[in-house]
Design a protein around this ligand. Structure first.
Ligand SMILES: Cc1cc2nc3c(=O)[nH]c(=O)nc-3n(C[C@H](O)[C@H](O)[C@H](O)COP(=O)(O)OP(=O)(O)OC[C@H]3O[C@@H](n4cnc5c(N)ncnc54)[C@H](O)[C@@H]3O)c2cc1C
Length: 400
C-alpha cells in the first residue's frame, strides 16, 4: 500500500511553473538562511516585494477565497507551492495564517477590505501579539487593558517573545476590556497599527538568535473599527487563531530535511567505507526516519481533513503534540549519530549541510515552548479526547 501523495499531470505542470518562477526570481544570495540570525535587512526588503508579487499571482495565500484577496486554488496546489518553496529555501508568507484565519472568520466586510485583503495580497504584513510577561501558557489571563474613549480605544500593556521582524503593519491580539466580566468573557481582539504613537518595539536578545520582540503600548489610541468581533468576544475570536496554531489546519509538507540529511549522511559514511556507521547509530537513524514519517502522515491526515471540510476534533492536536515531542527526540538522535559535527555552525566548513544541524540543536528545545508549550498542547489534547475534567470543542475556522 502506498500512502504517498500522487499528483495529477496538471498539478505536475503547475509544479514546473512554480519551479520556473523560483529560478527566475530568487537569486542564490536571497535564499532564506538556516540560521535566522543571518537573515539580513536586504533579504527582508527583497521578500516583502516578492510577497506582493506572489499575492497578485494568488500564490501567497493560495487556498483562501479569491473574493477576500486569496488565490482560490486547491489544497493540492498549495502543497505543490509549499514543497517547491521549501526545497528552494524561498520565504513563505511573512503574515501568519493564524491571523488570516481570524480575519476570514470574524471580520466584517469593511474590516476585511481594510485588514484582510492587503494581508492576503502581500501589500501589508502583521505579526500576532499574545504572550505577556507574567505568563503565556495561561493565555486567557490577560493583563493588558483596552478602555473606550468615544469611538476610539486606548490601549496599555506589553507583550514578550513576539517573533516579529518589527516593521509589520499590524500587531493583532486580545486585550482586557471588562474587569467585571468572568474569565473568557472579558477580552476584546484588537488590530494595532504599527507605527502608532505610544507603541514601542524592542529587540530581545535570546539564545536561538531569532527575532523575538518586546512590545509595549502606552496610551495607544486606535479607532473603534480596529476591534474584531464583539467587545467581550475576544477569547472566542482568538480561538480561531489557537485552533490553527495548535495544529487544526494540519500540514501538507512531506519532506523533513533534517532527517533526510541524516539518512544521506549515514549512507555516505557507509559508502566511503573509511568511517562506516555502527549498528547502534544505524538503529538510531531508523528510529528518526520512522518518527519523521509518522509525523508527516499525522500532519497530512489533519491537512486533508481540514481542507476537505471534514473538521479536526483532535487529529490536528495529535499531530501538534507528536511534532513537538517527536521533533525533540529526533534532535537528540541527530546529535547521537553525528556527534560533535551536529554542533558545528555555518561558519565552519566541516559543518554538514551548511550548519542546519547546529541551528536545530540550538533552537529545537525553545521551539517546543512556542505556541503555548508542549505541556499546554498535551492539556488541550487531553480535553479533546475526553480524558480531562474540562471538555473543549474546536473553534470556528475558515472551513467551518
Ligand atoms: C521561539 C519562540 C517564539 C515565540 N513566538 C511568539 C509570538 O510570535 N507571539 C507570542 O505572542 N508569543 C510567542 N512566544 C511565546 C510563547 O507563546 C510562550 O513562551 C508560551 O505560551 C509559554 O508561555 P511562558 O513562556 O510565559 O511560560 P509560562 O506561562 O510561565 O509557563 C512556564 C511553564 O509552565 C508550564 N505550564 C503552565 N501552565 C501549565 C498547566 N496548566 N499545565 C501544565 N504545564 C503548565 C508551561 O508549559 C511552561 O513549561 C514564543 C516563544 C518562543 C520560545
Amino acid at each position: 500500500m502506498d500512502f504517498g501523495v500522487v499528483y495529477t499531470q496538471e498539478q505536475e505542470l503547475f509544479r514546473k511553473e512554480v519551479r520556473a518562477w523560483l529560478e527566475d526570481n530568487v537569486p542564490e544570495e536571497m535564499k532564506v538562511p538556516y540560521d535566522e540570525a543571518n537573515y539580513t535587512s536586504e533579504m527582508h526588503e527583497f521578500w516583502k516585494q516578492k510577497q506582493n508579487e506572489l499575492g497578485k499571482k494568488g500564490w501567497l495565500f493560495s487556498t483562501y477565497k479569491e473574493e477576500d484577496g486569496g488565490g482560490g486554488l486547491s489544497p493540492d496546489h498549495r502543497s505543490v507551492i509549499e514543497e517547491e518553496f521549501r526545497e528552494y529555501r524561498a520565504m513563505r508568507p511573512i503574515t501568519s495564517t493564524y491571523t488570516v484565519d481570524v480575519l476570514s472568520v470574524w471580520a466584517n466586510d469593511d474590516q476585511k477590505d481594510k485588514f484582510l485583503r492587503p494581508l492576503l495580497q502581500g501589500e501589508k504584513f502583521e505579526h500576532m501579539r499574545m504572550t505577556e510577561p507574567h505568563s503565556g501558557a495561561d493565555l486567557a489571563d490577560y493583563r493588558g487593558k483596552a478602555v473606550r474613549d468615544g469611538d476610539d480605544w486606548i490601549l496599555n500593556g506589553e507583550n514578550v517573545f513576539i517573533s516579529a521582524h518589527g516593521d509589520e503593519d499590524f500587531f493583532p491580539g486580545p486585550m482586557h476590556t471588562d474587569e467585571n466580566a468572568p474569565r473568557h468573557r472579558n477580552l476584546g481582539y484588537f488590530v494595532v497599527p504599527n507605527p502608532s504613537p505610544g507603541l514601542e518595539v524592542r529587540e530581545m536578545d535570546l539564545l536561538p538568535g531569532r527575532r523575538q520582540k518586546h512590545i509595549t503600548m502606552t496610551n495607544v489610541r486606535i479607532p473603534g473599527d480596529h476591534l474584531i468581533g464583539g467587545e467581550t468576544q475576544g477569547w472566542q475570536v482568538h480561538g480561531t487563531h489557537l485552533e490553527a496554531e495548535h495544529g487544526g489546519g494540519g500540514s501538507s509538507l512531506g519532506r523533513d530535511e533534517l532527517i533526510d540529511n541524516l539518512t544521506t549522511y549515514v549512507q555516505e559514511k557507509n559508502t566511503d567505507g573509511a568511517e562506516s556507521v555502527d549498528s547502534v547509530k544505524q538503529n538510531t537513524t531508523v528510529d528518526a526516519y520512522l518518527e519523521s514519517h509518522v509525523d508527516s502522515m499525522l500532519g497530512k491526515r489533519a491537512y486533508w481533513r481540514y481542507q476537505a471540510g471534514l473538521g479536526n476534533t483532535y487529529e490536528g492536536n495529535v499531530h501538534n503534540v507528536h511534532n513537538r515531542v517527536g521533533g525533540l527526540r529526533n534532535s537528540v538522535r541527530v546529535r547521537d549519530v553525528m556527534g560533535p559535527y551536529a554542533l558545528l555552525n555555518a561558519d565552519d566548513e566541516r559543518a554538514p549541510h551548511g550548519g542546519m544541524e547546529e541551528v536545530d540543536q540550538r533552537s529545537s528545545a525553545g521551539q517546543r515552548h512556542a505556541g503555548g508549550s508542549t505541556n499546554i498542547a498535551k492539556v488541550i489534547l487531553a480535553r479533546r479526547i475526553g480524558i480531562s475534567r474540562t471538555k473543549e470543542r474546536p473553534a470556528p475556522t475558515p472551513k467551518g
